[in-house]
Design a protein around this ligand. Structure first.
Ligand code: GTR
Length: 422
């Protein structure tokens, strides 16, 4: 009996080791065949945008809904907005900063979040907008003492956490540059939508609780979780923009970094109001191809962050070869709208090459629309952005959002956004 137990323990440890084993060696990337974007499950080949939209695209969307991020809920939730503050002299008089309390209610639950907008004062008509979550609260993006702490923050941060410091993540928010180029920003702390930690308490404090049967839903293999909820939340920010006379509804971009890069792609795949979708260092389960199993892999991510994905996704832990879909298909769901993927040279964990290849392999769908994706399978060198209907860059440095990234994102939006409406 003792021997048997030891054997089980050894087998379990080996399995855990195999799953935790992270590969950084390009020569050990397994050979794999990606599912053909244009081949329907019944074997027919799509040859027109119409066939793509009515037949193949829904099949691919269904994979992501049922096997990776879970099913987005569409039941009606009541929403109200209250402007808490308005400062017309923000950023040395260049911008107007507003804080808006958004109250959601549904299924007997109420949830409050706080959005913050920065709108250029010098403008001629409506302005383009970046929708982008922050990680550490609205207060982390500026030192302004009037900024209210994001309500979800207290659930995940102890009172002595350094992240309570105002402006603690200002480096990620090139507000001056963004405003100077005529763009507005709407941001919100992602913890307000789904506090980013494990456990039932977090689920209960998330927007998932606004929907009937959320506890029951919890156990279904396709139950949505944090990434699905964050994607839903960014669409709610777009709903708010639709009530504002300064926002140009034809020029809305979403930008997400890392775990929010994953959520941004998922939001962009589902909500056509995002005309440009930007993923920065999104890595595993974002822009990177899963079947390369390079850097972070499904085994590692589903064990570290089980609350991000629907339960079904962990079936592919150490088993990427069995996936009937891959992340290039998530990117292709965004076409014919524009997608931009960015990598950082020191971010091997996110598999930069896999991020590039997935973007590149979305090409056939752009071609269906008579558009041009990256138009190359050759990975560019540092600081050589590719900007067609899809775009990509890799810059020097670590996993982060830098001014260089924002500048390229704005170049890409300038290229694709229609001229301003007056
Ligand atoms: C890491 C995680 C990545 C990425 C990153 C982030 O710990 O493994 O998938 O999401 O966090 O969000 O910064």
């Amino acid at each position: 009996m003792k021997k048997f137990l030891t054997l089980i323990l050894v087998a379990w440890t080996c399995n855990m080791f195999a799953q935790n084993n992270v590969n950084y060696d390009e020569t050990r990337v397994p050979s794999f065949v990606l599912p053909n974007l244009l081949e329907c499950n019944d074997g027919t080949i799509v040859t027109s945008p119409q066939e793509w939209e009515t037949k193949r695209r829904p099949e691919i969307l269904e994979y992501f809904l049922s096997q990776e991020y879970g099913r987005t809920r569409h039941d009606k939730v009541n929403v109200s907005y209250k402007t808490l503050t308005e400062n017309t002299h923000a950023l040395n008089g260049k911008a107007t900063l507003r804080q808006i309390r958004i109250t959601f209610s549904g299924a007997g639950t109420t949830l409050e979040t706080i959005a913050m907008t920065l709108v250029p004062n010098q403008r001629n008509g409506r302005v383009p907008v970046f929708v982008a979550y922050n990680f550490k609260g609205n207060h982390s993006t500026l030192t302004d003492t009037t900024i209210v702490y994001s309500p979800g923050f207290r659930l995940v941060k102890k009172p002595d956490d350094p992240d309570w410091k105002r402006g603690c993540q200002m480096n990620r928010w090139a507000y001056d540059k963004i405003i100077d180029r005529g763009y507005a920003v709407i941001t919100m702390c992602y913890h307000d939508i789904y506090p980013d930690a494990n456990g039932k308490e977090m689920l209960d404090h998330s927007v998932c609780a606004l929907f009937p049967d959320h506890a029951l839903n919890d156990t279904r293999s396709d139950a949505w979780r944090a990434i699905g909820a964050w994607a839903w939340g960014s669409s709610r920010l777009v709903d708010y923009l639709y009530t504002q006379d300064w926002a140009d509804l034809d020029r809305i971009a979403i930008m997400g970094h890392s775990r929010q890069g994953k959520a941004a792609l998922w939001a962009g795949a589902q909500d056509p109001r995002f005309r440009v979708v930007i993923s920065n260092c999104s890595g595993c389960s974002g822009a990177a191809l899963a079947k390369r199993v390079y850097g972070e892999n499904i085994g590692v991510i589903t064990r570290s962050f089980p609350w991000w994905f629907c339960p079904m996704y962990s079936f592919y832990a150490g088993n990427e070869a069995a996936m009937p879909f891959d992340q290039h298909e998530l990117i292709a769901l965004i076409a014919p709208r524009h997608v931009y993927v960015a990598s950082a040279a020191e971010d091997n964990w996110a598999d930069q090459k896999g991020e590039f290849l997935a973007t590149s392999y979305a090409e056939p769908v752009y071609r269906l629309y008579g558009m041009t994706g990256l138009n190359t399978t050759e990975w560019p060198g540092l600081h050589q952005p590719i900007m067609h209907d899809a775009g990509y860059h890799i810059r020097a440095g670590i996993h982060d959002v830098t001014d260089y990234d924002w500048e390229r994102f704005m170049d890409f939006c300038d290229l694709h956004f229609p001229l301003a409406k007056r």
